[in-house]
Design a protein around this ligand. Structure first.
Ligand code: 8GT
Ligand code: MG
Length: 131
């Protein structure tokens, strides 16, 4: 089975809204909302992978981040290890460079968005962190 290591960012704005993007319909877990990020390449650190993915997907650069949690999940066709980091500060103005829709969402409204199954522990962890 395919195993993928993924660097994922919970990106906050100064009002503590969280940046979500919607996955394209044709890809794995397509049509669902996600936290931006992507696969860690061989030899790459998590910080480097996260910075590269946020540059490629959103044209922003993380300036301050900290680990939130790591999640193993088996989708059957694919198993993922999501290394989730909170991005407290970034430079640049996020744009969907891959044409993906963006939304800035208050913590209290995250529950209204449909996420991939692996993401289940992320919202409780954000609530605990931000209160
Ligand atoms: N970015 C991201 N990926 C997630 C989340 N939850 C989750 O299960 N994944 C899974 O993690 C895997 C890798 O993420 P990705 O598709 O963003 O990888 P990537 O940016 O490198 O894209 P690529 O497929 O073009 O190389 C996918 O199978 C995706 O379904 C999430 O919240 N954010
Ligand atoms: Mg991605």
């Amino acid at each position: 089975m395919q195993r993928v290591h993924v660097a994922v960012g919970v990106i906050l704005d100064p009002q503590q809204n969280i940046l979500l993007t919607r996955r394209h319909g044709h890809v794995h877990q397509g049509g669902l909302w996600e936290f931006p990020g992507g696969k860690v390449e061989p030899g790459e650190s998590l910080a480097t992978a996260l910075a590269r993915e946020l540059r490629e997907e959103l044209d922003i650069a993380p300036e301050r981040s900290s680990p939130l949690l790591a999640i193993h999940h088996d989708y059957g066709d694919k198993s993922v290890l999501l290394d989730v980091h909170v991005v407290w500060q970034f430079s640049g103005e996020p744009r969907g460079l891959e044409g993906q829709p963006l939304a800035w969402v208050p913590v209290a409204e995250l529950q209204d968005y449909a996420f991939p199954a692996a993401n289940e522990p992320i919202i409780p962890a954000i609530r605990e962190l931000l209160g």
